[in-house]
Design a protein around this ligand. Structure first.
Ligand code: MYA
Length: 434
């Protein structure tokens, strides 16, 4: 039952539902249905008025191996990058959001808490904390100008947001400086008015002004054109609450007490030398991680400053543990997760789902399965309700065995102005975006 217990894909930024959608019998695949599929995919290709104009892989080019990998468009001279922001409807104005300001951070937090990503059934909504947003948006070398907001001129109310942060991403042998774009949000009352394309163009302009021409992003929706499509898996830590709030269902022939027993974890971790990461571990963790990530086709290219920012534990934001050999004191293994709660919408008894998301994990001596089991034990000790993981990197090797069940949505990875000439398997991806 563990494989089927999730009813929500839980905020994969992705909420394409219908887990049974693929269960066609062979007789369904008639000429007619094939023709319909071709037509659907052709009209799909016509449907993206904005994305068709952008330097991204287009659906019609899928499978065209004559197209070279790498930048789709060459950079334009900086002097030709538009100096003025794009036009907004008259009632609105652009702002740059200073996330160090308590008030600004609170405004962003409120916009996202009330309007950001929900699951298909509108039962849960991401609830990134303020500390998380500061962490996510202010890494080494960040540009304040890439934290873009839109306000109503008269009331000053924040109604839309989009962000970029700089990152070095390696694609095969090439390290590319990119923007990681995230937190695109338009207030619910302003939806479907084509504001999102303006937000995207404005953040693009601001990225270009820093002489950066590529970007990486993820979304639950299908756009032209995913470089990879991944799936979230969920490991129940507090099955009773997950069932009570409708996140999971009781499996067939399962009682609540059997379900609780099924997901029970030991009280303490099992790996000798397993401990929390500390500041002095940064050089060793950087070496370990760099070496490990080199096996994936697309992965971040972290230096020590990045590792200190992204992986040094920060209460209620990111947790990192490592294995230090008791004999040699060598750091041999590493695991981490970030904290992203979701608001539970319209439930009498509970308001928040506490979720841990698998981040970067490295195993050299301790089997990955054992390492991740220890991560689950820590998350349980810290009162998380669920532990989520994508099927990226080597995660598939532990998901089923550690009783993760598949979610019902997909998370699509995209690159802007960079072509990769085959669709990547999730296991070829070494990148986790927040
Ligand atoms: S993913 C999280 C996205 N946020 C949410 O899902 C929160 C809840 N939803 C909303 O706030 C709105 O529905 C949003 C769309 C804002 C998503 N990524 O204004 P519209 C296209 C890209 O009428 P609205 C994240 O944060 C759509 O296909 N495009 O629609 C990563 C259509 O274009 P086309 C999207 O619903 C963001 C157009 O927008 C997305 O009111 C990466 C419709 O606009 C989406 N998630 O607002 C952004 N959703 O006609 C790209 C819809 O062509 C970054 N659309 O199909 C690209 C790199 C930029 C930097 C480059 C530097 C070099």
């Amino acid at each position: 039952m563990a494989d089927n217990n999730s009813t929500s894909d839980s905020q994969a930024k992705s909420h394409t539902q219908n887990p049974d959608g693929d269960l066609h019998s062979e007789s369904d695949i008639s000429i007619d249905s094939l023709a319909r599929k071709v037509q659907e995919s052709l009209s799909l290709a016509k449907r993206h008025k904005f994305w068709e104009t952008q330097p991204v892989g287009q659906f019609k080019d899928l499978g065209d191996t004559s197209l070279l990998e790498g930048p789709i468009e060459a950079p334009t001279p900086l002097s030709e990058v538009k100096k003025e922001p794009y036009n907004l409807p008259n009632l609105y104005e652009w702002i740059t959001c200073d996330m160090d300001s308590e008030e600004m951070c609170a405004e962003v937090y409120n916009l996202l808490t009330n309007n950001y990503v929900e699951d298909d059934e509108n039962m849960f909504r991401f609830n990134y904390s303020k500390e998380f947003l500061r962490w996510a948006l202010c890494p080494p070398g960040f540009f304040r100008s890439w934290h873009v907001g839109v306000r109503v001129k008269s009331s000053k109310k924040l109604v839309a947001f989009i962000t970029g942060i700089p990152a070095r991403i390696r694609v095969r042998d090439t390290v590319v400086i990119m923007a990681e774009v995230n937190f695109l949000c338009v207030h619910k009352k302003l939806r479907s008015k084509r504001l999102a394309p303006v937000m995207i163009k404005e953040v693009t302009r601001r990225v270009h002004l820093e002489n950066i021409w590529q970007a990486a992003y993820t979304a639950g929706v299908v756009l032209p054109t995913p470089v990879s499509t991944c799936q979230y898996w969920h490991r129940s830590l507090n099955p009773k609450k997950l069932i009570d709030v409708g996140f999971s269902r009781l499996g067939p022939r399962m009682t609540m007490s059997r379900t609780i027993k099924l997901y029970k974890l030991p009280d303490s971790t099992s790996t000798l030398g397993f401990r929390k990461m500390e500041l002095h571990d940064v050089p060793a963790v950087t070496r370990l991680l760099r070496n490990y990530l080199s096996q994936f086709l697309v992965a971040p290219y972290f230096d020590e400053n990045d590792v200190e920012h992204w992986l040094l534990p920060k209460e209620n934001v990111v947790d990192s543990y490592l294995v230090e050999s008791p004999e040699t004191h060598e750091i041999t293994d590493f695991c981490s997760f970030y904290t992203l709660p979701s608001s539970i919408l319209g439930n009498q008894n509970y308001s928040t789902l506490k979720a841990a998301y698998s981040y970067y994990n490295v195993s050299t001596k301790t089997p990955l399965l054992q390492l991740m089991n220890d991560a689950l034990i820590i998350a349980k000790q810290k009162h998380y309700d669920v532990f989520n993981a994508l099927d990226v990197m080597q995660n598939e090797s532990f998901l089923k065995e550690l009783k993760f069940g598949p979610g019902d949505g997909k998370l699509h990875y995209y690159l802007y102005n960079y072509r990769i000439n085959h669709v990547l398997r999730p296991s070829e991806l070494g990148l986790v975006l927040l």
